[in-house]
Design a protein around this ligand. Sequence first.
Ligand SMILES: *Cc1c(COP(=O)(O)O)cnc(C)c1O
Length: 423
Amino acid sequence: MNLPIQEFHYKNGELFAEDIPVRELARRFGTPLYVYSRSHLRRQYHMLKSALQSINPDMYFAVKSNSNLAVINVLANEGAGADVVSGGELFRARCAGVKPSKIVFAGVGKTSEEISYALEEDIRFFTVESEPELERISQHAEELGRVGRIAIRVNPDVDPKTHRFTSTGKSENKFGVDLGRAEKAYEKAARLPNLEICGLHMHLGSPIMSVQPYAEALEKVRPLCLELKKKYPSFRHLDLGGGMGIPYSADQQYLDPRDFAMAVLPSLNGLDMSIGLEPGRFIAGNAGILVSRVQYVKDNPFKKFIIVDAAMNDLIRPALYEAHHEIVPVRETGETVFGDVVGPVCESGDFLAVDRDLPAVVQGDLLAVLSAGAYAFVMASNYNSRGRAAEVMIDNGQSHVVRERESREDLVRGESIPEWTKG
Ligand SMILES: *Cc1c(COP(=O)(O)O)cnc(C)c1O
């Protein structure tokens, strides 16, 4: 394993999660199993925060990347706030102990119900993605006798050079307000009752592997920020979003927080605004692995299929984005075979790895899918009526089930058969 993740490593040919053998975790909690390292979460958080010490950014953890209460709580205890994209995520952030004054709410389709909920909670600000949304927030704020604080999400039309499904800051994407229209949108916000203009937001997409797009986007929004600062005294906060990349394979690296700092600091100079960051993947991505057990090894004339008990319903990134995840043996094998790692789901897209050199495992062996801490469990579904996996957090030799494995009963909860279909 060549990924720079110190929390998951081999000792005497065996994979450890910090100081616990992964085999032991699989035995105790079953498979498929998500394992999260608390130290990794904290380390990544502080690495980013300290690289930007000179501007002391407000950190909002992007809850959509990993919304387990324990994960949010670990970061909240380090001082992080939360970036949420739904009423459900806002509820999770609150349950995990994040103060409303540290919660920001993005998303292009906020409903009336979600906006009212956020106003009642008195969150820090809404990241507003369109002009009609301004009207809706204003209307509900008026009804509730509240003030809706807003930062307009500006689309700087910068190519983050990532997968077309995960870029968000280009003009053809659905997110934010075009840079050219932004001033008009702010004027509208200023006219509407019960709104307070508190800043500007941008988020370019994810994962971003170079600092160039951030620098480019900042140069584009800087003149606008200076203008808006003059016009609106409450305009003080600039949120740079998330998207900082992490390695998913040995030939990739973390976006270096120090390079990030060097790229953005010059453009922030003289702006005199407080800065926000919304990292998700950077903090959680390599904090987790997905452990699964080999059910069958199938030899086809063309290639081998390693059939495991984790599937696309547990981790959809390979199917959805053709994303690459390293897959390593829990007991080192030395030998490799060429083939696919697939799950039991009835779809040809149900794969975790395709046409790769894989560890030569046999039935009953364990495999670990790396970089499974972000956009992994959160996208899990019950497709094929498979219960969602358990999640475990480890720290200092301790382990705790932070989400139980779903049972068969969980699968049918809330369903009922109408009287009139009964035979
Ligand atoms: C998804 C998202 C993030 C986090 O992106 P990462 O790549 O996980 O850092 C931050 N801000 C907004 C608005 C997002 O939609």
